[in-house]
Design a protein around this ligand. Structure first.
Ligand SMILES: [Zn+2]
Length: 229
């Protein structure tokens, strides 16, 4: 606890004038551009990873970066997504898994869940990944199997994300885009799900060519205007 108290004291003392000004500006509201859903793992540090300023990222974390499907489970993450989309009007939602994920390891080895009934229940929302890998890559185990599980979990959670009415409505008019990423600690690398290729590829600096998991919007602003005319 002493570590936290001293850390906060240092944060206050070392705050720059620009930071002080930014916090003063943010005191009465926030307009984050992106909701970032990731694992609770202490090695994933979203603001640090993206050199993000306060007010930019609406971060939600849970065990396994999971989004339960709509109407199946009323959870904090589902409420936070609804708020982010309808009230904060975020333009992007990223679901980010990571290397060496304890939740994914537990999917690989269910015996590790003994004595953890709540975690076991929660990870049922990631069963889709376990089944996809077991059915299609049954012989791939160990590190490589863990990578497949982590990737399929992100793909499965993107599918769950689309079942939320607020998300589906915003995606249909093109105001919201969704992305599935994996962060690798050891390589300091992020890969992004590319539905056209059906796999994950490195997230480069070129935004125009960055993989995007969003299907084509059916009701774009232009189409709505045209049909109203
Ligand atoms: Zn994790």
């Amino acid at each position: 606890m002493e570590r936290l108290i001293q850390g906060f004291d240092r944060f206050r003392r070392e705050m720059t004038d620009d930071q002080r000004e930014l916090f003063a500006r943010l005191a009465s509201g926030q307009t984050p551009h992106t909701m970032f859903i990731t694992c609770a793992d202490s090695r994933v540090m979203p603001e640090l990873m993206f050199s993000a300023q306060p007010g930019e990222l609406f971060v939600y974390r849970n065990v396994g970066n999971i989004v339960p499907p709509y109407a199946q489970h009323v959870s904090g993450v589902v409420a936070a997504i609804e708020y982010a989309v309808t009230a904060l009007k975020v333009k992007h939602i990223v679901i980010c898994g990571h290397s060496d994920c304890g939740a994914m390891k537990a999917l690989q080895n269910p015996a590790a869940l003994k004595g953890k009934p709540s975690v076991e229940q929660w990870l049922k929302h990631a069963d889709v990944a376990r089944y996809v890998v077991a059915e299609n890559r049954p012989t791939i185990l160990g590190e490589e199997g863990l990578r497949y599980l982590t990737e399929e979990n992100v793909v499965g959670q993107l599918e769950h994300l689309r079942t939320l009415p607020a998300v589906a409505a915003a995606m249909a008019n093109g105001s919201l885009r969704i992305h599935g990423w994996i962060y690798d600690f050891a390589r300091t690398e992020i890969t992004a799900f590319d539905p056209l290729e059906g796999g994950f590829r490195p997230l480069g600096a070129d935004v125009a060519t960055a993989p995007d998991a969003t299907p084509h919007a059916r009701f774009s602003v232009r189409q709505t205007v045209a049909s109203a005319a």
